[in-house]
Design a protein. Structure first.
Ligand SMILES: CC(C)(COP(=O)(O)OP(=O)(O)OC[C@H]1O[C@@H](n2cnc3c(N)ncnc32)[C@H](O)[C@@H]1OP(=O)(O)O)[C@@H](O)C(=O)NCCC(=O)NCCS
Length: 170
């Protein structure tokens, strides 16, 4: 019988996690988005982590969760305000194991807890399929400039369930 794969766990972000999250961010962009973005676009996108202090401020200003496998960070996601996913990145060595799903599910619950009725994300082209499988609908196509490069993404939205609402019919 084969060994069971270790299960990912979640924990909140701490300031000292910044370097490892910056490394996950860069590796994820460099290795997972090449089918949809040019090298110049990937470099511009990844450059958001060049200034670690700034990157740490962005992580700290949002509700940032870290996914770990055997206590090592393998992915992270952040909720901006009550209802927008700003970042969701999984290390290439850990993709396809449910880490992204676990992170986005946790953010959906936290957004619901903050009173959000729906959740939006500006999804990269490579993450479109991932989000649409999770019930997000494409609303608007965008083109944004990042460090001098134009990048396309899609604003997607998911209506959050109200099954837990007190008094809802059973
Ligand atoms: C998108 C991303 C977060 C997915 O993470 P992940 O840990 O591999 O996701 P999961 O293992 O939870 O996958 C969930 C489902 O989505 C599917 N899926 C994941 N990434 C996919 C992709 N790029 N294309 C198509 N399907 C994908 C999986 O096959 C899986 O399907 P299943 O439930 O039928 O098995 C990861 O690929 C990533 O970090 N991408 C690069 C960074 C990025 O673009 N982030 C989004 C910024 S908005």
């Amino acid at each position: 019988m084969g060994q069971a794969l270790p299960k990912p766990a979640l924990r909140p972000y701490l300031a000292e996690d910044t370097p490892v999250l910056a490394a996950i961010f860069v590796a994820s962009i460099e290795q997972l988005t090449g089918d949809d973005y040019s090298e110049a676009q990937q470099e511009a996108w990844a450059s958001a982590a060049d200034d670690e202090e700034q990157f740490g401020k962005r992580l700290a200003s949002q509700l940032t969760l870290i996914a770990t496998l055997q206590n090592s960070p393998v992915g992270f996601a952040s909720l901006k305000g009550a209802d927008h996913i700003d970042m969701l990145y999984v290390h290439p060595s850990a993709v396809g194991q449910g880490v992204g799903s676990m992170l986005s599910e946790a953010l959906e619950k936290l957004a619901g807890g903050r009173g959000a009725k729906s959740l939006t994300v500006d999804a990269s082209d490579n993450a479109l399929e991932f989000f649409s499988r999770r019930g997000y609908e494409a609303k608007q196509r965008n083109t944004v400039t990042v460090n001098g490069e134009w990048l396309a993404n899609t604003t997607m939205q998911k209506t959050l369930g109200d099954g837990a609402k007190p008094g809802a019919p059973t």
